[in-house]
Design a protein around this ligand. Structure first.
Ligand code: SF4
Ligand code: SF4
Ligand code: SF4
Ligand code: FES
Length: 1006
């Protein structure tokens, strides 16, 4: 036998060996790879039906039987068969194979009514429709019979229609093995099988996180985005009853006319849709993972998001990327420039608003000097928008007072990497995180903050035996799934991380050869580790010694390790040092320079990596080139044609201080609700009150806008062209899908108009020209161009002039002149603002899956609002018991800096006297002024509070629709197709049906 047929559901994604082989398909010799799925080899040569086979990522599911071919005269599923050396002849076009495939489809059509002309999924990409056409279906032998289940409309974003469900199981496979939320299964043993949520509850309120994987892969209309319903087709918007009558007409015609004519009508209707449905490639505008996908629009209506070709995400999205776009059409969008007037604002023309801004900034510059003005660049807008704004600060104003919000989260991570390995970016790709043998996650709620990255880790952990260690103060999903989870005392991570490094040296696990060849400063660093014994770490971090030993052994013996970290490390007074400790540990254990290794500070905003790259920083020009380096500055002076200041400017933290000190008089800020994003909101607000002139550019009237003198309406990504750079240094293009709303304008156009008004001869016609200029001045982006980034093409910096990029950094040395990394000695300091007898609780804070940061965009998405309408403070069951309160109780949290009111949610995600506020709660009313000295990143996660119980009591803040409410996952390794094959009514197409013989009764009767 020269082939291997997969008999059971695969438990790992399909991976082929690399040995090339030649196989014969319908008499033609084709190139294949030993171990690859036969269907993949065939599809390179010709089309054959394959309804349930989606992609190598999803692997073979083997539920539909429409891909049957003959191999050596035997009928096999080509998706469940792997190519092997010496494979005999493959025949796809024999009568037997064709008849078997038609029989398989006929069974499928017993579960699915072909009413394509009035179906919203009839867009030329419905795989059931296309297979029916391909197999030239005329009539059905297995008549369609609806299933005895209601359509489930309980989720705000999508619906499930059991009667249209062909039971292909792709949704289950996606949920169980790609998203790994483990909500879906198929009840194969039911009389009429169907897809089940949490084993049989309605969708709303199940553990479903609305990531949309299942809908994306569903080959028909059983799972559909609600935003499609009644919107995609020409006849699908007619009322439900009339629609049903039309469906009945179609059904009645079928026996007489056959499907041929009916399908022709539906084909024509589908073609007509091309006229009005636009499909535009875009990149997600929420977090830094960098998911890309097509957005389907009809006029301004967003029909759906279709991920497939994205390098970072393929079919993956989270709820925000898949369903979080309604904000672009919100009635709250700013559509006209506004000028402060009589205690409020009045609308103005662009001419008037820009004239005013140019006049006032010009006058302030004249009177107080260029350094009296500060510019804040948004890390949500594009590289091109940001590049122009920092250029505006430096060239038009003449100051280096320019920064972006990475100061609030990522600067310490960048600092830690600059100190040790030389480049401020993830050292590899998301692929490396999936490939690592061990993933160590420190201070990152990855499943909620970077959901698609979490899917790759969860998948590797579930299917490929990856080990996972999580260190966090809070029990989030990754913590629940981890092999080892421990809770260091808040703010003490540096101590245990350094103890790990010491353990490696002391116990012979340090990679001495690697260190000798590639790392400087080993002896000094090793000496600095003297205090960091395991016993010391156990005491400082309040972690059992035995746990630390287990962690150390896992790290020591892991062949490859990636460390993922986020704001749980960086938002401390030792944020830079904590990040450095991580990189030190990676160096000591030799976990750089190879696939599956490296440092991964997970970037928060969609373009926070890009904002740093393009020079939105007070000390660096684009490409992290120092403003104080004479040679580099001369290059920019020549490129920009002006003299530039030779000293660093204020960062955003210093800008606030400088306003209070009277040094900074005006600000131009884009796309940042700085009052709520910066710590100590009251101090920031007081500073804005003092500004002589304040310009805010945004898409909504944020809290920060309240302090502005002029508000300029910018445009979100869907309304312009540009590029974003994701956490894995991946530069990706997005394209304009919608016109700018009202009088709003793409941000680069606004900055250019302002620069022109202030005398700069800028004349960029398109963002591609801005990218070309950036590339000419920044070696990191040297080979970037819109041509090279066309469509779904991406580049990971540094990009050489010839376009060669670097998915994995440091493969031929580190980014220092001698190519050697540097171990960086550290010492431990206690966190600031610890709880005491008065402020007795530790306040933690962070993201929520469904909301982004303070919620300026997601609060304008009705479905998200329905699931999570209000914020809350999480408290532990112990604390609730001690204070005799329950979920729904109103409390006031008071810190040394401010106070806020919140409802309580009691949950064991937090323990003891730690409380957690999602960022939508405006947590920065409570945080203080202490910062990481190296970067001035506020220590958002070093705040003590007290909790006052208020008289009011309300409903549980979690709605029943929310996935946290009562969902119970049903993990399994995939679709479990064996259970289908065991059904009495299953029969392998092309084989004679078995006669069911009744077993004799035990009593020996009939
Ligand atoms: S979590 Fe929900 S939306 Fe995501 S794949 Fe599972 S069932 Fe579908
Ligand atoms: S709902 Fe799931 S099982 Fe049903 S057709 Fe869609 S992907 Fe297949
Ligand atoms: S994981 Fe991040 S980039 Fe991807 S869809 Fe979600 S928010 Fe968007
Ligand atoms: S595509 Fe092979 S069984 Fe469905």
């Amino acid at each position: 036998m020269s082939l291997t047929e997969t008999k059971t559901q695969p438990t790992t994604s399909f991976q082929s060996s690399s040995a090339p082989v030649a196989i014969s398909v319908d008499g033609r010799i084709i190139a294949a790879t030993e171990g690859e799925l036969l269907i993949e080899a065939i599809l390179r040569e010709k089309e054959i039906p394959h309804i349930c086979y989606h992609s190598p990522l999803m692997g073979p599911i083997q539920t539909c039987d429409t891909c049957l071919v003959e191999v050596s005269g035997k009928l096999v599923r080509s998706c469940g068969t792997t190519v092997s050396a010496g494979m005999q002849e493959v025949v796809t076009d024999s009568k037997r194979a064709q008849e078997a495939r038609s029989e398989a489809l006929d069974v499928i059509l017993g579960n699915h009514m072909l009413y394509c002309t009035v179906c919203d999924n009839n867009n030329e990409n419905c795989r059931v429709h296309n297979t029916a056409l391909e197999l030239n279906v005329k009539h059905q032998n297995h008549p369609f019979t609806p299933k005895p289940y209601e359509v489930d409309m309980s989720n705000p974003f999508y619906r499930y229609d059991p009667s249209q469900c062909i039971l292909c199981g792709q949704c289950v496979q996606a949920c169980q093995t790609v998203e790994v939320n483990e909500t879906l299964s198929i009840g194969w043993e039911l009389d009429r099988p169907r897809v089940l949520w949490d084993g049989g509850m309605q969708i709303g309120g199940s553990s479903c996180v609305s990531c949309g994987h299942c809908i994306t892969v569903c080959p028909c209309n059983a799972l559909m985005e609600r935003s499609m319903l009644g919107e995609a087709g020409f006849m699908t918007s007619i009322p439900h009853d009339s629609l049903n009558k039309l469906i009945d007409v179609v059904k009645d015609l079928e026996p007489e006319m056959g499907y041929g004519a009916i399908m022709q009508v539906s084909q024509t209707e589908a073609k007509m849709r091309e006229e009005r449905i636009e499909r535009t490639k875009t990149v997600c505008t929420y977090c830094g993972v960098g998911c890309s996908y097509d957005v389907w629009t009809r006029d301004r209506h967003i029909l759906k998001i279709v991920p497939l070709h994205g390098e970072s995400n393929q079919i993956s999205t989270c709820v925000k990327g898949k369903f979080g776009w309604d904000f672009v059409n919100s009635k709250d969008r700013l559509q006209r420039p506004l000028i402060r007037h009589q205690g409020g604002f009045r609308e103005a023309s662009w001419e008037e608003a820009l004239d005013l801004v140019a006049k006032r900034l010009g006058a302030i510059k004249q009177e107080h000097g260029p350094d009296s003005i500060g510019v804040i660049v948004s890390s949500k807008t594009s590289n091109e928008d940001g590049y122009l704004m920092q250029k505006f600060a430096r060239v038009v104003i003449g100051t280096n007072n320019v920064d972006n919000c990475s100061r609030y989260c990522q600067s310490p991570a960048t600092q830690g990497l600059f100190r040790t390995v030389g480049l401020g970016g993830d050292s590899g790709s998301i692929e490396d995180m999936g490939a690592a043998k061990l993933v160590l996650i420190v201070g990152s709620n990855t499943a909620e903050s970077h959901p698609v990255i979490a899917t790759r880790v969860k998948r590797a952990h579930k299917l490929h035996g990856q080990r996972m260690i999580v260190a966090d103060v809070r029990m989030h999903e990754m913590a629940e799934r981890a092999d080892i989870f421990f809770r260091p005392r808040p703010g003490t991570d540096l101590a245990w991380l350094s103890a790990m490094s010491k353990y490696m040296f002391d116990n012979g696990h340090a990679k001495l050869d690697f260190l000798q060849k590639w790392v400087n400063n080993v002896d000094e660093y090793r000496r600095s580790l003297d205090p960091f014994t395991m016993e010391y770490a156990a005491e400082v971090c309040d972690v059992p010694l035995e746990t630390l030993h287990r962690v150390a052994e896992e790290i020591a013996y892991a062949e490859t390790m990636c460390v993922l970290w986020a704001m749980g490390i960086t938002q401390h007074t030792d944020g830079s040092d904590g990040s450095t400790a991580i990189s030190n540990l990676l160096l000591v254990t030799g976990n750089y320079m190879r696939p599956g290794t490296g440092a991964y500070p997970l970037r928060g905003h969609n373009n926070v990596q890009g904002a740093g790259d393009i020079g939105a920083a007070p000390n660096t020009f684009p490409g992290y080139q120092s403003v104080t380096d004479d040679q580099l500055r001369a290059k920019f002076e020549q490129g920009w044609g002006v003299e530039l200041p030779n000293y660093r400017g204020f960062d955003n933290h210093e800008m606030v201080e400088a306003i209070h000190e009277g040094k900074l008089r005006a600000m131009y800020l884009a796309g940042e609700d700085m009052i709520y994003a910066d710590s100590n909101a009251n101090v920031v607000a007081a500073a804005f009150e003092k500004l002589d002139f304040f310009v805010v550019q945004d898409i909504f009237f944020s809290e920060t806008c309240r302090y502005a003198d002029v508000i300029l309406p910018g445009a979100p990504a869907l309304e312009k062209d540009g590029t974003f750079t994701s956490t894995e240094r991946r530069i990706q293009r997005f394209y304009q899908a919608l016109p700018e709303l009202g009088d709003s304008r793409a941000d680069w156009k606004i900055t250019q108009s302002l620069a022109q008004k202030m005398g700069a001869p800028w004349n960029y016609q398109h963002p591609s020209e801005i990218m070309a200029e950036l590339a000419s001045l920044s070696p990191l982006y040297a080979g970037c161009s819109y041509e090279r980034l066309e469509g779904y093409n991406t580049l990971q910096w540094p990009v050489d002039p010839d376009g060669k990029d670097q998915p994995l950094l440091y493969t031929d040395g580190f980014a220092f002149p001698d190519k050697k990394a540097r171990l960086y000695p550290l010492s431990y300091h206690e966190p600031t603002d610890p709880p005491d007898s008065e402020f007795d609780l530790f306040l933690n804070n962070g993201r929520q899956l469904e909301h982004f940061h303070e919620g300026n965009m997601t609060n304008r998405v009705p479905g998200i609002q329905l699931e999570t309408p209000e914020s809350y403070v999480e408290i532990s069951p112990e604390l609730a018991h001690e204070r005799s309160i329950a979920s729904g109780q109103w409390v006031r949290l008071v810190s040394r800096y401010g106070a806020l009111k919140s409802k309580v949610l009691v949950t064991d995600r937090v323990e003891a006297k730690q409380v957690y506020l999602p960022l939508t709660s405006h947590v920065n009313l409570l945080t203080g002024n202490h910062v990481d000295p190296a970067t001035h990143t506020p220590a958002f996660k070093e705040t003590a509070v007290k909790m006052e119980i208020l008289p009011e009591r309300g409903e549980d803040p979690l709605q029943r629709l929310n996935f946290r409410y009562s969902g119970k996952r049903t993990p399994q390794m995939g679709v479990e197709v064996d259970r289908k094959w065991k059904r009495a009514d299953y029969h392998f197409p092309g084989e004679p049906a078995l006669v069911q013989i009744q077993p004799a009764s035990p009593a020996g009767g009939k």
